[in-house]
Design a protein around this ligand. Structure first.
Ligand SMILES: [Zn+2]
Ligand SMILES: [Zn+2]
Length: 554
């Protein structure tokens, strides 16, 4: 009998929607399942991303054997570059081929080279320290979605990832129900199951049900059609393309992440877009309205997305007008409702029509509803259950479903981020709490930033502005009076912080340097000053406010 303890420690995704991250540890060795992020709430101005606090992993970097990714959604992979950058030792990253391709491109953008990202296929297993890790095929709203079974001496833990039991998935490959049943037959120790739709009764509709509805809607549209969905929902994009083809329309992809994901999806054979079918973004306005479907990012009302810009009459390639129909083939993630409603209303104002999943079922959730969660429990018959992926209410509801199918209440663990579940041969209990929570990321450019005005407005709204007026002597180029510093809207900065004095010193130093290099031209002086101030402000505040240096010669 084994004497070591299995520790299953959620660092994110419990008591919240997003930033899923699970640390599974046995005999001192660690496998991490998912490293997700969360997008900030609308009132978190100046924050770009929210990550799980992974201090625990940073301290245990030497013990991390592998990072395994269930699928390519941001709430499961988005924090990966930040985690890898902070670990002293880089573990191998495993994921399905699509997940791995998306992650490689993401690591590239973050200039993280030399990370070993391995493709793993359904039913494939590999060793990671004391664990044998197996990927079990699941259906979800992105191809290559897997549950992860981690087996050690003590038994097997199944982390489901996001899933639904779609009997007719678009790619024709349903979840590997027989393998799940086998795991149950072998005696599953612990199930960590997706709770996202624990509050919905019945079964979630199949993704294949969406295609005919899209076609029905398209057939009633007189003019141009704009469909918005998640850029990673490759099967949905396929169904839009198919419906467009049925009705003799061609397709244009708008939004950077849409083009990028569809490209990767085409390369890996997950999506079939006939070569002559695509219309370039620049041709959109000249193309006959009734012959075109535009597929766009922005289903969540994201500030810089293509659709939001169209709604604001601010998109360089698409001008919405009378006769256009915008189809929302997605529902808002909790927290995004306001931004989505605002986008919809702006579209009406421009004269276009809007169809959402509330009007016609043009969307199907990628997460299983209550009956599917029960099916998972009945197939795998776990000894212990810890619901994951959900706010407190959904975790509780998932626990009640487990009780309903016969799991004894004392074997159902309602976990929290930072609270490890410890299992040994004598039973299971919560261990001592470790540090967990959120880290905020800002100062990183994300999304479709194209024009300068938009970037300026974003900088102003997020990080504020510094105006620095330096008065220099015509003779030697040095300050004759202390530089004047004015700032507005810089978060967390107070007048009396002492920061402004230090900034004045930095301005003087910059001017002295320029004077030593005999730089006298005002434009050039202002350029140097701008760069030095920006570097100083970023170093001190981790922010990138707009900086306007003004140099006056006397
Ligand atoms: Zn997902
Ligand atoms: Zn998820």
């Amino acid at each position: 009998m084994s004497r070591a303890t299995l520790r299953v420690l959620p660092l994110g995704g419990l008591g919240e929607i997003g930033k899923n991250m699970m640390v599974v540890e046995y005999d001192g060795r660690i496998v991490v399942v998912d490293t997700g992020l969360m997008f900030p709430a609308p009132d978190q101005l100046g924050i770009d991303l929210v990550l799980p606090d992974f201090t625990y992993l940073r301290e245990r970097a030497d013990d991390v054997e592998a990072i395994v990714l269930t699928h390519g959604h941001e709430d499961h992979v988005g924090a990966l570059p930040f985690v890898l950058r902070e670990l002293d030792r880089t573990p191998v990253v495993y994921g399905g081929p699509l997940t791995a391709a998306m992650v490689r491109s993401k690591l590239d953008e973050h200039r993280l080279k030399d990370v070993e990202v391995e493709d793993v296929l359904a039913a494939q297993s590999f060793d990671a320290g004391p664990f044998s890790v197996e990927m079990v095929k699941m259906a979800h709203s992105i191809p290559d979605s897997f549950a992860v079974a981690l087996s050690c001496e003590l038994g097997t833990t199944l982390v489901t990832g996001d899933y639904k039991f779609d009997q007719t998935p678009v790619d024709g490959v349903p979840a590997d129900v027989s393998r799940l049943a086998e795991l149950g037959g072998e005696g599953l120790l612990l199930l960590c199951g997706d709770s996202t739709n624990a509050d919905r009764p019945g079964m979630s509709p199949s993704e294949s049900a969406v295609g005919p509805k899209l076609e029905e809607v398209f057939s009633r549209c007189p003019g141009r059609i704009v469909v918005t969905c998640f850029a990673s929902n490759i099967h949905r994009v396929q169904q839009v393309v198919d419906a467009a083809a049925q009705l003799g329309r061609r397709v244009s992809l708008v939004g950077r992440s849409m083009r990028k994901n569809i490209n990767i999806g085409r390369m890996l054979g997950h999506i079939d877009v006939p070569e002559g079918m695509l219309v370039g973004a620049r041709e959109i306005e000249d193309f006959p309205d009734h012959k075109l479907v535009v597929i766009s990012t922005g289903s969540q009302g994201e500030p810089l997305s293509a659709l939001r810009r169209m709604a604001h009459g601010d998109h360089p390639q698409v001008e919405l007008h009378d006769g256009d129909t915008v189809v929302f083939s997605a529902t808002p993630i909790p927290g995004n409702e306001r931004a989505v409603n605002e986008t919809i209303d702006r579209i009406y104002r421009l004269g276009a029509n809007v169809i959402t999943a509330a009007d016609v079922p043009v969307h199907a959730s990628g997460h299983g509803s209550a009956e599917e969660l029960k099916l998972m429990l009945n197939l795998t018959r776990p000894r212990y259950v810890m619901p994951v992926h959900g706010d407190h209410r959904r975790l509780r509801l998932h626990g009640e479903l487990a009780e309903a199918v016969g799991v004894p209440p004392e074997d159902i663990f309602r976990g929290e981020n930072g609270l490890p579940l410890e299992i040994d041969s004598s039973g299971a209990r919560f261990g001592e709490r470790v540090q967990a929570g959120m880290i905020f990321v800002d100062g990183v450019d994300v999304g479709d930033i194209e024009d300068v005005a938009l970037r300026d407005r974003r900088m102003l709204s997020a990080d504020g502005i510094f105006i620095v007026v330096a008065t220099i002597s015509e003779q030697d180029g040095r300050s004759v009076v202390p530089p004047e510093v004015i700032f507005r809207g810089v978060p967390f900065l107070e007048d009396d912080d002492g920061f402004v004095d230090e900034l004045r010193d930095a301005v003087d130093e910059s001017l002295v340097r320029s004077a030593d290099e005999e730089i006298r031209e005002i434009d050039l002086l202002q350029d140097h000053l701008h760069d030095d101030i920006a570097a100083f402000v970023y170093e001190r505040l981790r922010r990138r406010p707009m900086i306007l240096p003004v140099v006056v010669e006397v």
